[in-house]
Design a protein around this ligand. Structure first.
Ligand code: MBD
Ligand code: FE
Length: 291
């Protein structure tokens, strides 16, 4: 330890790590990085005490907004491009596996389990365009994988996710499907519409602080998983949507953009969206890290 001054403060704090308790190498690495970069940031912008107090108050208010239906910190991280960067560090694309992107704040565990081809629509909207989504989940050699679990969720045609809208039934536009013996999946849902992320409260304050708009392009969320493969958290984007080039959460990847086409009569929907995903063999990142 020692008496601190502007020049030694960072080294003193980093030097104190693990002095009064055992820490892991990873804890040391992360704590060192936070201290080093936060101190550099504070010196860089000459952060003032009233700004520091405002930041503490801001984070306290963000925390108070969190409950089962709202995870404000994921939203704030998304607005800052943090979640997409963490995802790129976690899931580098090395082969021909599909690209991942952010989870976002609106996933709900245990969506309704539905048979192949079923609809996630529980409430109809005047402006809805129904769509038949289908494709194959393949391994890196191109073989379809049977028994893959696919969770999907999206906003409703009014631009609101079910869990933030008291007028939608529980789990509207959410579902869990499984691929058949050929690795084929299919379900009916609606064309996801572009929408503004919640910009009341602290997310809105951050957007205004950055001089940003809140809009996201139309997207359908996927979590695709099966034992023996790396789980894929991703989204597909509507090629004809606004905001593809300036997504408020920076999560669009070129390889995830697909086209809604007019559906053939037999499908019974307005539109047809075909998209294949390739899973990489392996285990969840957490299990790999723990080895
Ligand atoms: C969303 O709907 C979303 O998908 C992400 C990533 C962030 C905020 C709102
Ligand atoms: Fe979303």
């Amino acid at each position: 330890m020692g008496i601190v001054n502007q020049d030694n403060i960072t080294d003193v704090v980093i030097g104190s790590l693990g002095q009064h308790g055992t820490i892991t190498d990873r804890e040391r690495e992360i704590a060192t990085g936070i201290i080093k970069h936060m101190h550099a940031f504070i010196k860089d912008v000459k952060l003032q005490h009233h700004e520091f107090l405002a930041a503490c108050d801001y984070l306290a208010r963000a925390g108070q907004l969190c409950d089962d239906n709202r995870q404000e910190f994921i939203l704030l991280a998304d607005i800052l491009g943090i979640e997409v960067l963490v995802d790129m560090m976690t899931n580098p694309v090395e082969g021909n596996e599909s690209e991942s992107t952010v989870l976002g704040p609106f996933y709900r565990e245990n969506p309704p389990v539905l048979p192949k081809g079923a609809s996630t629509i529980q409430k109809h909207f005047d402006n809805e365009e129904t769509a038949y989504f289908e494709g194959y989940i393949k391994d890196e050699s191109g073989n379809g994988i049977a028994g893959v679990t696919i969770d999907v969720w999206e906003d409703a045609p009014n631009g609101v996710y079910e869990n933030l809208d008291p007028d939608q039934p529980e789990y509207n536009l959410r579902g869990r499907f499984e691929t058949d013996e050929n690795g084929h999946y299919a379900f009916v849902a609606v064309r996801p519409v572009p929408y503004p992320i919640p910009d009341d409260e602290t997310a809105g304050e951050l957007l205004r602080f950055m001089g940003h708009h809140p809009n996201r392009p139309g997207h359908m969320h996927f979590i695709i998983s099966k034992d023996g493969y790396r789980p894929l958290i991703s989204q597909i984007y509507d090629a004809d949507s606004d905001w593809l080039e300036n997504d408020s959460v920076f999560a669009v990847k070129q390889s995830l953009i697909g086209k809604f086409k007019t559906a053939a009569k037999e499908l019974g929907t307005d539109l047809h969206f075909e998209f294949d995903f390739v899973l990489k063999e392996g285990a969840a990142a957490q299990a790999v890290a723990a080895e």
